[in-house]
Write a protein that binds this ligand. Structure first.
Ligand code: ARG
Length: 619
């Protein structure tokens, strides 16, 4: 029996239709039955439709309407839906289903519990979620919005579905680029400058200048040799190359010093680490993402495991030498995975192999899911392929862990190109958040001219964060989307503020009801009366919660829960327009509607909490 049965009418219908199909078309393989019960798009087609007849008819060589009629003749929906006859067969063989109000009420009753109908899994799984993944000496930029917000939502979804979740932020805190910045700070110190109070902004400029410096002008040099130029230009270029080569050499020996635990290098590295992480974790907190210090598992934490991994792959003939480098070939992927460079250095992929091993062996992940940019798709294909080849994905019971790249698309600007700051550089995440807050502040002030600043400030912050997060989460993650403040901050439409506003309205109904002495507590035990189509539609929307949440958590697709939340808020809004709650002389109906409002509010709040979207009491 389906775990959602009691709270989910479509699951109840599924059972009844399955039985009817077995009886109606005995020649059809029962294991292939898909009742395809879906919500009807228009009220004239009832509440649900069964669309199974067409597919079955094709397979057994009969007319679809004939199959539909046979299903109907064998169907028993007593206690769930109004009797179904041939008159309920529409078009080529859709079977329209109208629920009984009392069945709907019974499902709602069952859902109205602290768990809100979400089943507790018999065997919870351990899900490791790769989130955030900032880089040292770099600001969080717009791309980290997605890895943070989507990753945290994937984690929350699975927590809510009853699984054990372990977040891991794969901080880019090791390797040559970081050694360059360490070297830069040490050079500054040696020339007598203090670096004690260095900020992340400054570190970021050092990062960029160190990269520039070490890159030199090899390309320019090649061009000059090829096309010829003034000898002076060539001489200047060669000098710069010499400089760059020297800088690179110093950075490389700094990396060696860092790797071998040289005290001074490590101390400077630690300062860079702390400065970066303090600021990044503050941004995570501001984003209402549950990502803290305990989730940081930077590349540096794998440094002592890389030699062992490479040795293991070599000794088992999984890795082979190729032009001085060590590579692993993976079936079905053209580009081999490089695990050690010619100069002996390890790569991003080597570290990610160590990470998989730790996540499966030590953290006991049944699933390891990566909330990372789709532009890293090849990297993850390679790394997952190598891990499987080497058995690094094997759990203690010998079965394979599930490795998933929950890839996301790029945030675009209005010009259709990857989003940039106004000055054309990569957009700093905290600047974006600030701008959203300024705009939200203006909207809230416009709606509530009398609200004191002290109250408006936190509300504007929450509205802005909700707007940005909802815009990011509500799109199908793999797709690119256009970042547009006006659109995401609108109070109407498929936006974060619209959802918050639905909650605010529900709170305000209860505030007013209590003020006018209505027994709101008593109403929470009132029987549900679902006679108006808008009441029914709201009830049906609420009942989709458990199934949607489970689907979204299993597929790692927060956008499904966003669509649910928007549908619920819209259904609430239609209900509220059509069905008076407070100005209602029928006490029983009033109590039922209050209870429906309360339940809708609790479900919406739970859904938003599961997405990591902050809510407000007023706005
Ligand atoms: N630091 C990386 C970047 O900014 C993201 C890390 C993703 N996670 C991983 N396990 N590779 O691109």
């Amino acid at each position: 029996m389906n775990t959602h049965t009691i709270t989910d009418p479509s699951a109840l219908l599924d059972e009844r239709f399955r039985a009817a199909i077995i009886a109606a078309v005995p020649e059809f393989d029962p294991s292939r039955i898909n009742t395809s019960i879906t919500a009807s798009r228009q009220p004239k087609f009832g509440d649900f439709q069964c669309n199974a007849a067409m597919g079955i008819a094709k397979r057994v060589g009969k007319q679809p309407r004939e199959v539909a009629a046979a299903i109907v003749a064998n169907l028993d929906v007593a206690g769930i839906a109004s009797p179904i006859t041939e008159a309920d067969i529409a078009g080529p063989g859709f079977i329209n289903i109208t629920l009984l109000p009392e069945a709907l009420a019974a499902s709602l009753d069952a859902l109205d519990s602290p768990q809100l109908g979400i089943p507790i899994p018999a065997q919870p799984k351990t899900i490791v979620v790769d989130v955030c993944g900032v880089n040292l000496a770099k600001q969080m930029h717009v791309g980290h919005l997605r890895s943070t917000v989507l990753g945290d939502a994937i984690a929350r979804l699975n927590e809510r579905a009853g699984h054990r979740v372990k977040r891991q932020s794969h901080v880019g805190d090791w390797g040559l680029p970081i050694a360059m910045v360490v070297e830069k700070l040490i050079e500054l110190e040696d020339s007598g400058k203090s670096t004690d109070t260095i900020t992340l902004d400054t570190l970021n400029t050092y990062y960029k200048s160190a990269q520039e410096k070490c890159k030199g002008e090899h390309t320019a040099h090649k061009a000059i040799i090829k096309y010829g130029s003034h000898p002076k230009a060539l001489a200047e270029c060669e000098l710069r190359i010499e400089d760059a080569d020297a800088a690179m050499k110093r950075a490389k020996s700094r990396l060696v010093a860092l790797q071998s635990g040289d005290q001074r290098s490590v101390a400077v590295w630690q300062r860079i680490y702390d400065t970066t992480m303090t600021e990044c974790l503050a941004t995570c907190k501001r984003l209402n993402a549950n990502i803290t210090d305990e989730h940081s598992a930077g590349e540096s934490t794998y440094r002592d495991e890389l030699v062992g991994i490479v040795d293991d792959l070599v000794s088992r003939n999984i890795a082979e030498e190729d032009d001085g480098a060590l590579i692993v070939r993976v079936d079905g992927i053209k580009a081999p995975c490089i695990i050690r460079k010619r100069d002996g250095g390890f790569l991003y992929a080597t570290t990610d192999l160590a990470a998989i091993k730790r996540r499966v062996e030590k953290l006991e992940g049944d699933t390891v899911v990566y909330s990372v940019d789709s532009r890293q798709a090849l990297h993850f294909k390679q790394v997952f392929g190598v891990a499987r080849k080497a058995g690094y994905d094997l759990k203690s019971d010998g079965t394979q862990a599930n490795l998933v790249h929950a890839a996301f698309g790029t945030i675009m600007g209005d010009d259709g190109k990857p989003f940039k700051s106004r000055s054309g550089g990569t957009a700093k995440l905290s600047d974006l958040l600030d701008e959203a807050v300024t705009r939200a502040n203006a909207s809230v002030a416009e709606k509530n001219p009398d609200m004191p600043d002290s109250e408006r400030g936190p509300i504007a912050e929450a509205v802005a964060i909700a707007a940005i997060k909802y815009a990011d989460l509500s799109n199908e993650s793999i797709k690119d989307y256009v970042f547009n403040f006006d659109r995401m901050l609108a109070f109407e439409g498929d936006t974060g503020p619209y959802l918050l506003y639905a909650l605010v309205r529900i709170s305000s109904i209860f505030r007013k009801a209590n003020e006018s002495g209505i027994d709101t507590k008593g109403a929470m035990a009132a029987p549900f009366m679902l006679n108006d189509p808008a009441e029914k539609a709201l009830a049906l929307a609420i009942l989709r919660y458990p199934r949607t949440l489970n689907g979204a958590s299993e597929a790692f697709e927060p956008n499904r829960l966003c669509a649910f939340a928007y549908d619920l808020a819209s259904s609430f809004s239609s209900f509220f327009d059509k069905c008076p709650v407070l100005h209602n002389d029928d006490a029983a109906s009033q109590a039922s509607r209050l209870r429906l409002c309360d339940l809708a509010g609790r479900v919406l709040r739970d859904a938003l909490g599961t997405l990591g979207i902050p809510t407000v009491e007023r706005m």
